[in-house]
Design a protein around this ligand. Structure first.
Ligand SMILES: NC(=O)c1ccc[n+]([C@@H]2O[C@H](COP(=O)([O-])OP(=O)(O)OC[C@H]3O[C@@H](n4cnc5c(N)ncnc54)[C@H](OP(=O)(O)O)[C@@H]3O)[C@@H](O)[C@H]2O)c1
Length: 370
């Protein structure tokens, strides 16, 4: 008879993704326990407060967090789990915080594996990227970050498995951003001004509050960088050619309010690009890594409507992987590439994958990212 495996998760960030993750863990408990897996949550935090949980019941965590959370620093959390002699420790990063990433190495040295939705650790300098992996290796710890690209879609795992099996990956191309997918799918299909589509995306909560963060292409570039590094390439973010969709006159020097009142200024430019396309083509904002040419680009392209990228609908993402075996017709991964439910589920999948690996020899951990 198998014993129950206990994992102890410290969840940093209880916003859209982290909060949904706690709910999904609570709902999945009976199923997981039937599979001999128990996920304990000894601590949840936001940027200022932590709730140190002394009971096994986390069903009222939100209310308890409101009433019982206290200011904390990272050492308080490490001391708490060590004093309780908890093992199988996992720090779950559901923040977009650089500060927390600065604590990753300390967390690893203090016994934590890391599961992260936060892209920052993988998109800082290559020196940091290598140093983190060296620390993980020295301490036999895992770093799982499938949700960094395509949220719950199995993009990183697929790329890593193909590459790790000796497959030569030639190109990765796709629509990596849910918000920009929605914007260009709707703008291409309907006869409406670009600013109206942008406003719809904003109202639906698909873009960041400042839509320039999406339109700048930086988030797509970060995902491209993460995929390139999975192929053992060593680019930095500055090596990516990014076609920003924010016109110069509306860039960071303009306030958000000014940008929102002047978004009509984007209409002429995008209508012009749309009308100059060949028949049967649609606009898409793509990320593209060409391994042979050693180029990483984020750009607006005109795509045949019947291609996998051209057929995209709603706010879906699509990733095309071209390789030796997937040469003429790429391997295609498509589906919701953002949203709190799919992202939290992706984190939970990473946690469960990690739990399966914990019983095996830690020296083999490179298979999942360190
Ligand atoms: N939402 C998606 O669809 C999606 C998809 C893929 C990946 N992601 C990634 O998932 C992460 C979380 O996204 P989200 O949408 O859940 O963001 P969110 O709703 O803004 O929540 C962020 C949470 O992180 C907390 N936080 C910030 N700095 C922290 C720190 N230093 N230590 C501990 N907690 C801290 C915030 O606390 P305060 O309230 O105190 O600031 C908040 O609870 C981001 O990295 C995002 O890029 C999101």
């Amino acid at each position: 008879m198998l014993g129950i495996k206990n994992l102890n998760l410290v969840i940093f960030g209880i916003g859209n993704v982290g909060g949904t993750l706690v709910e999904q863990i609570n709902a999945a408990r009976p199923k997981l326990e039937a599979q001999h897996l128990k996920l304990n949550i000894p601590v949840v935090t936001n940027s200022r407060l932590a709730f140190f949980i002394n009971s096994e019941d986390t069903n009222n965590w939100e209310c308890d967090f409101e009433n019982c959370s206290v200011p904390y620093n990272i050492q308080d959390i490490i001391d708490f789990v060590h004093n309780k002699k908890l093992d199988n420790l996992i720090a779950v990063d559901a923040t977009a915080s650089r500060d927390l990433v600065n604590h990753y190495e300390l967390l690893v040295k203090s016994g934590f594996h890391i599961v992260s939705a936060n892209k920052i650790a993988n998109t800082l300098s290559y020196d940091f990227y290598e140093s983190l992996r060296a620390t993980l290796k020295a301490h036999n710890k895992y770093f799982m970050y499938e949700t960094n690209v395509g949220a719950g879609l199995p993009v990183i795992e697929t790329v890593r498995r193909l590459y790790g099996s000796g497959e030569e990956i030639k190109k990765i191309r796709g629509v990596f951003s849910g918000s920009l997918s929605y914007i260009f799918n709707a703008f291409s299909d309907e006869n409406i001004p670009f600013s109206k589509v942008l406003k719809q995306a904003l109202d639906l909560g698909l873009t960041e509050p400042d839509a320039r963060e999406d339109l700048s292409g930086n988030d797509v570039a970060r995902k491209l960088l993460i995929l390139a590094r999975e192929l053992n390439l060593k680019p930095e973010i500055k090596d990516i050619r990014i076609e920003s969709l924010v016109p110069k006159q509306l860039n960071g020097k303009t306030t958000l309010h000014q940008f929102n009142t002047r978004i009509g200024e984007l209409d002429g430019q995008f209508l012009d690009i749309k009308s100059k396309q060949s028949p049967g083509h649609v606009l898409r904002y793509v990320g593209e890594l060409d391994v042979a040419k050693n180029t990483l680009e984020v750009k607006l392209v005109s795509e045949a409507k019947n291609s996998s990228i051209g057929q995209l609908k709603g706010a879906d993402s699509v990733f095309e992987i071209y390789s030796d075996s997937y040469n003429e017709f790429p391997l295609v991964i498509r589906g919701a590439g953002a949203g709190k439910n799919v992202t939290a589920r992706g984190l939970l999948c990473d946690i469960i994958k990690l739990s399966e690996s914990l019983s095996s020899n830690p020296v083999c951990l490179s298979a999942v990212g360190n």
